[in-house]
Ligand binder design. Structure first.
Ligand code: FAD
Length: 415
């Protein structure tokens, strides 16, 4: 593996106008990082990556590189692109190890900031604000940090140890975490303001599974993807499992079910294969793992013995139309529905002044300001389900806006 990393770094052409950087949503200095790596200046390379994206190690595992940096590499036009992900992985892994052992002295500015949610958005905001001198407390509803990174993306794609190391790095930066604390249930945003937090960040993601609202959906053998992925070990799914959906979550579920001992897994999608929204690479892996795919089948209801579907076709307007007389039972012991997620509204319901849109997503301006003064938001709770790197990109801008806002308060009061 390490040899391969070196070979890949050597293949980089160090383009004058690097296309790879343009392909990266956070404009990672890929050329500069590889140059430093080649000169054995790995610590500087790591520092560069971390300063631009505190989640660079996570991104090296889960970014859709084929459509981002690697998809834009000039070498990919006629051959294989430089596999930057493995270089980023090697460098970031090394650097995160260094941070964990450090003592970092940051001059405090006397102000407290609250971060609700410890997914990619909350982690990014916390690192940046901590570096600016704020006393940052993360309020996390779960027992551990990471959000979807820990309770959604399976271990075989992203080792959870990465998140434990990020937690260590956060404490090196002086960020404290209050686990098992779901804001809006007991403590509210108003309580946080009362207790002296000057700005509050909401990065609570989307955890409410969309339902299909079909007969049988409440049966004991029907489950929702995000609930299943949270803790697959507790489910007894039987020998045949059907997954309904066509995105990355559906693929993660199918591959996880296979890894939990069920080798008859069928993914049922209502459109054609080219309409799958999951990354091509992940779909290929699912096929290698033995997952079967059924396309053009619309789920109609759930039964104790499987799901009832009808064949369907897309009309000229892109709408699905059933083919009459094609009702079929797809036999399965359990079904997992993976058709997307929306936000829970506990914070908004418990706090006045924070507007949401018709999908329940928090309404913000370009800098992540919500309609309540001093409250900011970014990540999936604002955009709906997106990617890790998109959450990082926007959160960097929001952290700067929070910093400007708190400095503007002019209150270098002691905490
Ligand atoms: C199964 C799955 C696979 C994915 N795979 C990929 C991938 O391969 N690559 C990629 O780039 N993206 C992937 N994504 C998308 C990506 O993980 C998300 O876009 C990203 O995690 C969003 O980050 P976030 O910080 O906005 O929210 P989240 O990661 O959802 O984190 C929100 C956090 O807030 C906490 N929280 C919620 N409500 C409260 C409350 N009231 N009080 C306190 N804490 C609260 C939650 O417990 C959670 O820890 C995947 C998503 C899923 C569901």
């Amino acid at each position: 593996m390490s040899n391969h990393v070196i070979d890949e770094a050597k293949r980089c052409l160090q383009c004058k106008d690097p296309r790879c950087i343009k392909g990266c949503p956070v404009s990672t200095d890929i050329r500069g990082t590889i140059a430093l790596f080649r000169e054995s200046r790995i610590e500087e390379a790591g520092e560069k990556l971390f300063a631009n994206n505190p989640l660079s190690l996570v991104c090296s595992y889960v970014c859709p590189q084929e459509s981002q940096c690697e998809g834009h590499c000039v070498l990919g036009i006629k051959g294989n692109p430089v596999q930057f992900s493995i270089i980023e992985n090697y460098v970031s892994d090394y650097y995160l190890g260094l941070i964990g052992e450090r003592e970092i002295n940051i001059e405090k500015n006397g102000m407290k900031a609250a971060v609700i949610g410890s997914g990619p958005a909350g982690i990014t905001i916390s690192f940046i604000l901590a570096q600016c001198g704020y006393d940052v407390t993360i309020f996390e509803g779960n027992d551990k940090i990471g959000g979807v990174l820990r309770y959604g993306i399976p271990e075989f794609r992203l080792p959870k140890s990465v998140l434990d190391r990020l937690k260590k790095a956060l404490s090196v930066y002086g960020v404290s975490v209050r686990p098992n604390t779901r804001i809006g249930m007991n403590l509210t945003v108003d309580d946080l303001f009362r207790d002296g937090y000057k700005a509050i960040f909401i990065g609570t993601g989307v955890w409410r599974p969309y339902r299909l609202s079909l007969p049988g959906e409440s049966y004991g053998n029907v489950h929702y993807a995000i609930d299943y992925l949270r803790n697959p070990d507790v489910y007894e799914l039987g020998d045949r499992v059907t997954v309904v959906g066509g995105g990355n979550t559906a693929i993660d579920v199918a591959r996880t079910v296979v890894r939990h001992g069920c080798h008859d897994v069928t993914l049922v999608f209502n459109r054609a294969e080219e309409k799958l929204t999951a990354c091509k690479k992940e779909v290929e892996f699912a096929k290698i793992d033995g997952v079967k795919f059924l396309f053009g089948k619309d789920t109609k209801r759930f039964t104790e013995n499987g799901i009832i579907t009808t064949d369907c076709e897309e009309n000229a307007d892109g709408k699905l139309e059933d083919v009459p007389g094609t009702e079929t039972l797809i036999p399965s012991d359990s079904t997992i529905i993976a058709v997307g997620q929306g936000p829970f509204s506990v914070i908004v319901r418990s706090t006045s002044g924070i507007d949401v849109n018709e999908r329940g997503l928090v309404a913000v301006d370009a800098d992540g300001r919500t309609t309540r003064e001093g409250v900011f938001a970014s990540g999936d709770v604002v955009t709906g389900a997106k990617t890790v790197v998109e959450a990082v990109k926007v959160s960097k801008r929001v952290a700067e806006a929070m910093d400007r806002y708190m400095r503007g308060l002019g209150c270098a009061q002691k905490v």
